[in-house]
Design a protein around this ligand. Structure first.
Ligand code: 9WN
Length: 446
């Protein structure tokens, strides 16, 4: 026989860089980047923020455009929609499509744009953090294009919308009104609150995701029935945010949850916006102070000493006793009380989250609802790993951060920049060539 050397298991950093750049080039539409050509062929809000963070190393210009394109679809009330639809993509390529959301008619009172079609819900506010990092990558280009001066008022209006219109619980934190808003669509955290929602009949809509993803990797039909009901109800109320309605515990099926990751990202972005303001010669101190007040509210309302992590709070039902990676994301905040950051570090290293791949599972490895392949019910995702890695560095945990970074780069490359992976085996799941997996790989390589 012929003896041969197997190819090296660890591709060099240079080829990883080149492969990640290729994914981003393939997903670039000319004005923004799709998360996946097949599964998600439009622009997604928090995807674009993560993608811009990686793109800044390849092309600061494209990174700026990515954010500008998203912000151009902002609504008059300040909300940044979770999807900006591409008019050149067939309607049946993704569900729910523009004819479901009807933003330019149903969203008129809330100031939806007339010329571009969008969804009417939001996603986590990672954008100000992204804008600040993009600016820093090439300040010369940024000043020359007036990037910060153009995005600052939009980012400020976005945060104002969340803080004024979405404090449904009255305790200073922002609530999400749909699982898609929080970004971890079928997390076991939503099982309780979703159980109150009457699903839309199965024949009333057609899922497009199953044409590209294995049903065992995706949310269930029952989940989808409830997603559709919640979104249709919100649309039929003109996408109006009425805090009083959510505060009542009288049934009716609405979903309103205070989530640790969503709020931590808002806080990190508020600190970033303070830096943007200062850079532009405007006062930033007030924003830093607000971010500190939000951090105090986060600890006050969502910290759970017994589980050593943050929990979601259902405005109707109280604390949600499920361990999700969402409850670890606040590690991102340098201003956490010592006891809190210390407990988060132990939880991260403990039996609920220490996965074989060295990545962070989306849900408790020992939890009753754990499934290693089903979307946000166990698989490890790269955006949350990136956030936790950043959090570890913020708290001086260099060695643990380095281990997570190594695991991230190895698994991202081996999986072909998969959307997510089995946290035990690293097996690729979901869409290949996924935008934020490639982008955040580039960021960790720098
Ligand atoms: C619904 C685009 C998005 C991500 C979410 C992820 C998934 C959409 C879907 O894909 O959600 O918004 O159709 O499943 O859960 O985090 O932003 O990548």
């Amino acid at each position: 026989g012929i003896a041969y050397d197997p190819p090296s298991a660890a591709p060099s950093a240079a080829s990883l860089h080149v492969r990640a750049a290729r994914v981003l080039a393939a997903n670039w539409t000319g004005t923004s980047t799709v998360p996946s050509r097949n599964l998600y062929p439009h622009q997604w809000s928090w995807d674009s923020a993560f993608i811009a963070i990686g793109l800044r190393h390849l092309s600061p210009l494209r990174a700026q455009r990515e954010l500008e394109t998203l912000l151009a679809a902002q609504w008059g009330d300040g909300r940044v929609p979770h999807i900006v639809f591409s008019p050149s993509v067939p309607l049946d390529a993704y569900f729910p499509s523009p004819d479901f959301w009807r933003s330019s008619s149903a969203g008129r009172a809330a100031g939806a744009p007339r010329t571009v079609q969008t969804s009417g819900i939001v996603q986590p506010p990672v954008h100000a953090l992204a804008a600040w990092l993009v600016h820093r990558a090439d300040p010369g280009l940024s000043w020359a294009r007036g990037f910060l001066a153009r995005v600052y008022p939009r980012l400020a209006a976005w945060h104002r919308y969340l803080l004024r219109r979405r404090d449904l619980g009255g305790g200073g934190l922002v609530s999400v009104v749909h699982p898609w808003e929080q970004g971890m669509d079928n997390s076991p955290c939503w099982d309780g609150p979703l159980a109150r929602v009457t699903p839309a009949p199965a024949h009333s809509f057609r899922r497009a995701d199953l044409a590209h993803g294995a049903p065992t990797d995706r949310p269930t039909d029952l989940d989808y029935g409830r997603y559709v009901r919640l979104a249709a109800d919100y649309r039929d109320r003109g996408y109006a945010d009425d805090g009083g309605e959510f505060a009542r515990a009288d049934g009716g099926g609405e979903f309103a949850v205070e989530d640790p990751s969503f709020n931590a990202l808002l806080i990190a972005s508020e600190h970033a916006l303070a830096r943007v303001a200062t850079e532009l010669g405007a006062p930033g101190a007030g924003r830093h102070a607000r971010a500190e007040r939000l951090t105090a509210a986060l600890v006050e309302r969502l910290w759970d000493d017994a589980s050593g992590m943050f929990l979601c709070r259902d405005l109707r039902g109280g604390p949600i006793r499920e361990r999700s990676v969402s409850g670890l994301v606040p590690l991102l905040l340098p201003g956490l009380p010592r006891e809190v950051s210390g407990a988060l570090l132990s939880t991260l290293r403990g039996p609920h989250f220490a996965a074989r791949t060295g990545l962070v599972p989306s849900y408790d490895l020992r939890g009753p609802a754990f499934e290693p392949n089903r979307y946000w019910r166990g698989p490890a995702w790269f955006n949350t790993a990136w956030l936790v890695e950043r959090g570890l560095r913020a708290h001086g945990e260099k060695a643990t951060a380095e281990d997570l970074r190594t695991a991230f780069l190895r698994t991202a490359g081996d999986s072909g920049f998969a959307e997510y992976v089995d946290p035990g085996t690293g097996e690729a799941c979901g869409a290949p060539g996924f935008g934020w997996t490639a982008a955040l790989t580039l960021d960790l390589l720098h």
